[in-house]
Design a protein around this ligand. Structure first.
Ligand code: CP
Length: 326
């Protein structure tokens, strides 16, 4: 499938759908980060709500398991005062043979305004956006190995809050790059936002052969790849997407690529550690690092709420409209 990136933007370059970071201009990514910054204080209010999406109906359509993404989308929508419907796909009529498009038509008939979609097939969110009526915005909450753009934006928000600027930063993404929609979206976001250097570190079997076309440096040696980096992003082995043997064993993988305190010492002394979750302790990261002072893993989860509030309100055109009214 070819991805029509401009499907995401209106004629005046405003966000309409959020499907992939690839092809989005830096100005849009920066607007997401700035808008999220303005929403982050909502969590400190006695009543954690703003009326920006009051009267709007958002449907969470998760055809694949999720803990962090689904719940933070729900919280984000509720903090924007939207009505939220969580379709439990395992007990919905799709399990009785109803097609995806027929399910969507029924949800459209309930006057929905936005679909948040997670699916194990790459391109699913794009397909839904192409077939949805004009008034419905579609947000990709992760599609196959292709993209997880809201995860990448909450990661960028976490990095910018810590370091303020992307330009001097060297960022290493470690682990199963081959099957990772998060890595692809992070690479597009980091290069668009002007990071100094993006590295990917993994065994040869877990790196796409054409990865250099994305503007990254490839390392197979973890310690060499971590030298002088500011940000270390660890990814889990995505076994649900592996259709063969990519590694001798998890024990061997942890020995060579697992992030331990000893290996983290090769990065800059003030380097931060991130992970999109779920984490597998003792496989890609040791507990003392995951729970240690340099880990921002739980901050990433918290930041996901403000970032998703920003993306939802921008896609509905409601953030700028609300600002114009005040
Ligand atoms: N990071 C992430 O997408 O986690 P979930 O699968 O729990 O949503």
């Amino acid at each position: 499938m070819s991805y029509r990136h401009n499907l995401q933007l209106t004629a005046d370059k405003k966000l309409r759908h959020f499907l992939t970071i690839e092809g989005l201009p830096r100005a849009v990514l920066t607007e997401v980060l700035d808008t999220a910054e303005s929403f982050s204080s909502v969590a400190d209010q006695a009543v954690k709500k703003v009326p920006i999406l009051r009267g709007k109906t958002i449907v969470n359509l998760f055809f694949e398991n999720s803990t962090r993404t689904r719940t933070t989308f729900e919280l984000a929508a509720k903090r924007l005062s939207a009505d939220v419907l969580n379709l439990n796909v395992s007990v919905s009529a799709t399990s009785k043979g109803e097609s995806l498009l027929d399910t969507l038509s029924n949800l459209e008939a309930m006057q929905s305004d936005m679909f948040v979609v997670r699916h194990n097939k790459s391109g699913a969110a794009q397909f839904i956006a192409q077939n949805a009526p004009a008034h419905i915005s579609v947000i990709n909450a992760g599609d196959g190995c292709h993209a997880h753009p809201t995860q990448a934006m909450l990661d960028m928000f976490t990095i910018r809050r810590h370091f303020e600027d992307f330009y001097p930063l060297k960022v290493a993404i470690v682990g199963d790059i081959l099957h990772s929609r998060v890595a692809r979206s992070q690479i597009h976001a980091l290069t668009t936002l002007g990071a100094n250097e993006v590295r990917v570190i993994a065994p040869k079997t877990l790196i796409p052969t054409d990865i250099q076309t994305m503007g990254v440096h490839v390392f197979h040696d973890l310690k060499r790849g971590l030298e002088d980096v500011d940000v270390v992003i660890i990814l889990r082995l995505q076994k649900e997407r592996m259709d063969g043997a990519f590694l001798p064993s998890e024990k061997e993988y942890f020995h060579t690529y697992g992030l331990t305190q000893e290996k983290l010492a090769f990065a800059k002394p003030d380097a931060i550690v991130m992970h999109p979750g779920p984490i597998n302790r003792g496989v890609e990261i040791e507990s003392i690092v995951a729970d240690g002072p340099r880990s921002l893993i739980l901050k990433q989860v918290t930041n996901g709420i403000a970032v998703r509030m920003a993306i939802m309100s921008m896609a509905m055109g409601s953030y700028s409209a609300a600002r114009e009214e005040t």
